[in-house]
Design a protein around this ligand. Structure first.
Ligand code: ADP
Ligand code: 5GP
Length: 223
């Protein structure tokens, strides 16, 4: 009989769950740009998806229902809260935003990595329910550049931009509640850093023990 050492290999390892990543940032720091770059890489297309949130904010030009967000009215949003349909939800810039349970649970079960593009309030709620979640915070290289990026995006009115700039420091003050921090100055470097975090998480002991459930014991077994 082969003799094996007492390394712990989870027995319920047949299926690997997807990793859950939270990506937070002050508006304009480049969060959507970084997430979209990663999602559009063909090598990642099957393996990772962005959770589509519900919101009561009005669609911006070019935004489509069910793509960037599920756009709903406040009554419907309230109904979803009452039906316990949200994993987390919060009021941000005067509108309601929430991640529905349906948006993530099936994907994680299928082994797909899921990104949550949510604010610090939502991040806290998710962390309490799922301590394995990986939090990534994106910061701009300066306040001045943040303002330039928000105006340059050309999607929000001056009034909305002023509101978001006023909220930026409050959002940024929560960066130290996250596991990783990226300063998005040079986009190509920030992209590499983002990818490195995802790769590192996939190589974590917990994930690798599941992925290589039969290899590890075989390597430690005397013929
Ligand atoms: P967020 O999703 O965080 O609100 P966006 O991804 O929409 O921010 O980025 C805001 C604007 O800044 C966009 O016009 C985007 O093209 C630009 N941007 C993002 N990252 C960089 C970068 N590293 N250098 C220059 N411009 C950037
Ligand atoms: P925007 O209106 O620019 O798309 O998003 C505004 C802010 O709301 C961003 O900080 C974004 O991360 C946050 N947000 C988007 N969806 C959700 C969500 O489902 N839950 C929470 N808590 N915040 C969200």
């Amino acid at each position: 009989m082969p003799k094996s050492t007492s390394v712990y290999i989870p027995q319920e390892s047949a299926q690997q769950l997807g990793n859950l990543f939270i990506v937070a940032a002050p508006s304009g720091a480049g969060k959507s740009t970084l997430i979209n770059e990663i999602l559009n890489k063909s090598s990642h297309k099957q393996a990772m998806q962005l959770s589509v949130s519900h919101t009561t904010r009005a669609p911006r030009k070019g935004e489509q229902n069910g793509v960037e967000y599920h756009f709903v009215d406040p009554a419907m949003f309230k109904g979803m809260i009452e039906n316990d349909a949200f994993y987390e939800h919060a009021e941000v810039f005067g509108n309601y935003y929430g991640t529905s349970k349906a948006a993530i649970s099936d994907k994680l079960q299928q082994g797909i990595d899921v990104f949550l593009d949510i604010d610090w309030q939502g991040a806290r709620q998710v962390k309490l329910q799922n301590p394995r979640v990986i939090g990534i915070f994106i910061l701009p290289p300066s306040i001045h550049i943040l303002q330039t990026r928000l105006s340059g995006r050309g999607q929000d009115s001056d009034q909305v931009i002023a509101k978001r700039m006023a909220a930026a420091q409050s959002e940024m003050s929560h960066f130290n509640e996250f596991d990783f921090v990226i300063v998005n100055d040079n986009l190509a470097i920030a992209h590499k850093e983002f990818e490195a975090i995802i790769t590192a998480q996939r190589l974590s002991l917990e994930n690798q023990q599941i992925r290589y459930g039969s290899l590890f014991p075989s390597l430690l077994t005397k013929e």
